[in-house]
Each structure stands twice: as structure tokens, then as C-alpha cells.
Design a protein. Structure first.
Length: 140
């Protein structure tokens, strides 16, 4: 039992033809979107074979998809810069909020001290001094 193996040149030619068929919309597997997996299915191989043994073809597929290595890297760099700016902004907001909390805690301590002072002045019984109503003037 002998298995005839295809040479690397023949396999690469088949992969390039599969890529071409998918790009022209004439795939045998009815693939609609271009991807490494779709090209692999069209050629009857695994995606791992393309990744491991045909990296130049994998790069060509990514570029045809509009996601070349450079474009993908540049996109990620821009996203990273935007996220860094957002983190800086949020860190500034956290710092401001912590300052507000400290200021409010200080005010709260002062108010609690005043409250204790007023309670001591009034006494523990809680006596209330009634105010006498002021007599009304009559307009007659």
C-alpha cells in the first residue's frame, strides 16, 4: 500500500489555484469569504499546513483579506494608543474622585465634631427650649 505524496511545488500550486477560485467566486466548496481555512478546505488540506509550511501563501491570503501583517500591526498599534489615552484619562478621573472623597471625609469629620459639641451643649436629656410666638400686630 503506497501513498503518493504531492511535492511542495504541486501542493503550493494547488493552494494558489484554490485561492484564485475563491477570489473569483468559483470555489468548489461554495466558500463565500476568503480565509486561510476556506483556502485549505478548497485545496483539501488543513489550515495548519498552510500556516506551517507555506507562510508566504498565508501572508498572501491575509493581504487579500485586507489584513496584511503591517496593516494588522498598525491597526493594533492605533488601538493600543487609544486605549492608553483612555487609561490615562480614567486614572486622572480616579485621582480627582479620591481627592473629592478625602475632602468630603474631612468635612464629615468637622460636622461630626460640631454635632457632638451641640449635643453636649444641649445636654443628654435633650431639653428643648420652646420659643414663644411673637404677638401679631393687628391692622386696625
Amino acid at each position: 500500500m503506497s501513498i503518493d505524496r504531492k511535492t511542495a511545488e504541486v501542493r503550493e500550486r494547488e493552494l494558489r489555484l484554490a485561492l484564485s477560485r475563491i477570489q473569483r467566486g468559483r470555489s468548489r466548496t461554495k466558500a463565500k469569504r476568503l480565509s486561510i481555512a476556506a483556502v485549505a478546505r478548497e485545496a483539501g488540506v488543513t489550515a495548519a499546513l498552510i500556516h506551517n509550511h507555506y507562510p508566504s501563501l498565508a501572508t498572501a491570503i491575509r493581504e487579500a483579506m485586507g489584513r496584511g501583517e503591517r496593516a494588522s500591526r498598525d491597526e493594533k498599534t492605533l488601538e493600543f494608543k487609544a486605549l492608553r489615552a483612555r487609561v490615562r484619562e480614567l486614572n486622572g478621573e480616579v485621582k480627582a474622585l479620591r481627592a473629592d472623597v478625602a475632602r468630603l471625609a474631612s468635612i464629615n469629620e468637622v460636622l461630626m465634631a460640631e454635632n457632638t459639641s451641640f449635643k453636649a451643649r444641649v445636654g443628654t436629656v435633650g431639653t428643648v427650649i420652646p420659643l414663644s410666638p411673637t404677638p401679631r400686630r393687628s391692622n386696625s
